[in-house]
Design a protein around this ligand. Structure first.
Ligand code: 5GP
Length: 204
């Protein structure tokens, strides 16, 4: 059976990763999404096991030391975030496509371990717009907004390590571009070797 695609969607805080991933899943409920583990506090509108698995620092560190995470990063405010390895493995082996919505440090770790993944970097239409989005969503205190905004400049330097860059101006358009990437990736010769040998063996 053909393995599923691992689609890593990443980009600076405020570029709209969450919105894009939600819109993509609404259109494609067959796409699976990995639920990350985090040590940050649960927000009012969040649900355990759906948005994140919320856990303690001790438990998170145990998961790191026992090799249960595909990647992990310490992000803003010193909180840990990580992707449980088991679900990723099971999903891909079952032939399902899986989305990871993670930060840039995490995406680069996945790339080291899983070259065949598809790495998409989402960018805002402008840095001014990124700042406006960070302020408008009103999730963080002003000094944290500034921390995320400054980090975004540094993070842009990593675009060259990704396979695709997509501007998130209009959500619909960005989603269409991701769909196009997924379609094209599924047609890659390297991903279709079995299909080609079956064709040739089939005779007339
Ligand atoms: P938030 O706290 O706003 O939910 O997320 C903060 C940042 O953590 C976002 O950029 C989000 O993409 C990233 N993030 C969420 N889950 C993971 C994960 O499992 N690994 C990594 N490296 N980053 C994550």
């Amino acid at each position: 059976m053909r393995k599923g695609l691992l689609i890593v969607i990443s980009g600076p805080s405020g570029c709209g990763k969450g919105t894009i991933c939600r819109a993509l899943r609404e259109k494609h409920p067959e796409l699976k999404v990995s639920v990350s583990v985090t040590t940050r506090e649960m927000r009012k509108n969040e649900t355990e096991g759906k948005d994140y698995f919320f856990t303690s620092r001790e438990e998170f560190e145990r998961m790191i030391s026992e090799g249960e995470l595909l990647e992990h990063a310490r992000i803003y405010g010193g909180h840990y975030y990580g992707t449980p390895k088991k679900y990723v493995k099971q999903t891909l082996l079952a032939g399902d496509d899986l989305i990871l919505e993670i930060d840039i440090q995490g995406a680069l770790q996945v790339k080291e371990r899983f070259e065949e993944g598809i790495f998409i970097f989402l960018v805002p239409p402008s840095m001014a717009e990124l700042h406006r989005r960070l302020v408008e969503r009103g999730r963080e205190a002003p000094e944290l907004i500034m921390e995320r905004f400054k980090a975004a400049y540094e993070e842009m330097n990593f675009i060259s390590r990704y396979n695709y860059v997509i501007t998130n101006d209009k959500v619909e358009e960005a989603v269409c571009k991701i769909e196009a990437v997924i379609t094209a990736e599924k047609c890659r010769v390297q991903r279709n070797e079995e299909l080609l040998s079956e064709l040739l063996e089939g005779g007339i």
